[in-house]
Design a protein around this ligand. Structure first.
Ligand code: MN3
Length: 207
């Protein structure tokens, strides 16, 4: 998918993630915030025909290739576009409780156990100062790491493939959780789509 970018479907109803994420938050987050990143990314690219064949992932994976006059806009809005597209894909109502297949083995190898991974991930996402994201990432060899990024920066900008992400901007949780970001992060595990995260791991590796 390339320019003009379209707001992707959520794949579930706004209230599907209740009570962990409320319907009003989902409606605003998808219909206003993600839609805003989409339209602003398109506006930044409008007069740059040479970039119109590129996917959003390719655009944000090499920021040095983006013309300086739109680099900031592509970083913020292209990052926002790809981050939220991943976020909707890795959540589902009533999903599997644990990774499957190669990802299950890799999590144990990298972190010791799923519980230890969760603790690392929550510490990184919970400790991100201000707005940003927490991530589980893979490198091309399949090595896992936990990352946190500010604003709408993507791990793609560091050459890593994001497998699982959690949005810790206040717009992602404030209506239900107010300042209680740790409670939002604890609830997040109830809606992770481990089938999709595990499939993303298989796609991330150059084998
Ligand atoms: Mn957001």
């Amino acid at each position: 998918m390339a320019y003009p970018f379209q707001l992707p479907d959520l794949g579930f109803e706004h209230d599907a993630l209740e009570p962990h994420i409320d319907a009003q938050t989902m409606a605003i987050h998808h219909g206003k915030h993600h839609a805003g990143y989409t339209s602003k990314l398109n506006a930044a690219l409008e007069s740059h025909n040479d970039l119109h064949e590129m996917s959003a992932i390719d655009l944000v994976s090499d920021m040095s290739a983006i013309p300086e006059e739109i680099r900031g806009a592509v970083r913020n809005n292209g990052g926002g576009y790809v981050n939220h597209t991943l976020f909707w894909d890795v959540m589902t109502p009533g999903g599997a409780e644990a990774p499957i297949g190669d990802l299950a083995l890799a999590v144990d190898a990298a972190f010791g156990s799923l519980d230890e991974f969760r603790a690392h991930f929550q510490a990184a996402a919970g400790g991100q100062f201000g707005s940003g994201w927490g991530w589980l990432c893979s490198d091309a060899a399949g090595a896992l790491s936990v990352q946190a990024t500010p604003n709408q920066d993507s791990p793609l900008m560091q050459g890593l493939t994001p497998l699982l992400g959690v949005d810790v901007w206040e717009h992602a949780y404030y209506l239900r959780y107010q300042n209680r970001r740790p409670d939002y992060l604890s609830a997040f595990w109830s809606i992770v789509n481990w089938d999709r995260v595990s499939a993303r791991y298989n796609d991330a590796r150059e084998v």
